[in-house]
Design a binder for this molecule. Structure first.
Ligand SMILES: [Zn+2]
Length: 320
């Protein structure tokens, strides 16, 4: 799996913000740039003209879209190239290091550091070509935008693991889709301090079930690394090993996998987590092994209770 990087991803920046260009510093030093087209022409797969124009104007004025979602005069262009990178990796089973990230952006609202939903645009492009897409989002926050965009469809199955309660407040067990999309949204809300053991146990269980029952043509990964124990924004307890193991699990179950970067804000760890996740997908040895973490009893009991409710809720649609 190749990491797709372009210096334009560094141009979206502001003063002192966790979603900063330094997140990509390791790759800027160690990777060659990949030529990209401008992805503006793909925006209409999800967004209407008014929304696109509003992002363009906000960027021109270097204004904020909400209290934590900033723009500068390069943000619109950077966001369009991040979309192009997501489309490109979806065609060749690669990993986009595009930023700004995307999974909080809904059909009509930029939020949570996200302007356009990169993974959703790439997934919709595949759906329009007749493909069934499984999106797995293991960013430590719920991908409310991606959920919102595909809530009523059976062509995209959206699975999210995330800390709950936490920003943005969505992603509870009962949110399972609507109309034709019922059973095609699966949320695994994790209590604070959930560790490697429970995270991997549930994914090891659910991913083969999704493979057999949904049988996707392609898997899109919203890869955020803020569930790592070092992350400043969340209180989850995963190690590099968890991301490595998820990579291996996906590789074992699926042939076509592409990845779009979401969060991950510890500047000493983000590249290690990315590299070990890709090592897992590529079936290579792990580069940055840590000591695996185990959830304590209170966390485990809460987690198991949540899974039992989810099981009940999904019964008519998926046998967990
Ligand atoms: Zn996040």
């Amino acid at each position: 799996m190749q990491l797709i990087y372009n210096k334009i991803f560094l141009k979206h920046k502001t003063i002192s913000h966790p979603e900063c260009p330094e997140r990509l510093a390791y790759f800027d030093e160690n990777l060659k740039e990949t030529k990209l087209e401008n992805g503006e022409k793909y925006l209409n797969l999800i967004y209407n003209k008014n929304y696109i124009q509003s992002i363009k104007n906000t960027s021109k004025n270097e204004a904020n879209l909400d209290t934590d979602t900033y723009t500068n005069k390069f943000s619109y262009e950077a966001a369009c190239f991040a979309v192009a990178a997501a489309i490109k990796v979806s065609e060749k089973n690669n990993f986009s290091l595009g930023r700004p990230p995307g999974h909080h952006a809904t059909k009509n609202k930029a939020m949570g550091f996200c302007l356009f939903n990169n993974i959703a645009i790439a997934a919709q492009n595949l759906v329009n070509k007749g493909k069934k897409v499984f999106i797995i989002d293991f960013d430590g926050h719920h991908g409310n935008g991606t959920q919102d965009i595909f809530y009523g469809t059976d062509k995209v199955l959206y699975l999210s693991t995330h800390q709950f309660p936490a920003y943005p407040g969505t992603g509870w067990i009962k949110e399972i889709g609507t109309d034709k999309g019922k059973g095609f949204t699966i949320n695994i809300p994790m209590p604070t301090f959930t560790s490697d053991d429970l995270f991997l146990e549930i994914l090891n269980k659910i991913i083969p079930i999704i493979k057999n029952e949904f049988n996707p043509d392609i898997v899109g990964v919203s890869a955020g690394f803020d569930a790592h124990h070092s992350d400043p924004l969340l209180q989850l307890n995963l190690t590099t090993n968890a991301f490595y193991e998820v990579g291996k699990l996906l590789n074992k179950n699926f042939k076509n996998i592409f990845v779009s970067l979401e969060g991950g804000y510890n500047l000493n760890y983000i590249h290690k987590n990315i590299i070990d996740f890709v090592n897992g997908i590529d079936n290579k040895n792990q580069s940055y092994k840590e000591e695996s973490t185990k959830s304590d009893n209170d966390v485990a009991n809460d987690f198991k209770l949540r899974i039992s409710i989810l099981k009940e809720k999904l019964k008519p649609y998926l046998k967990l």
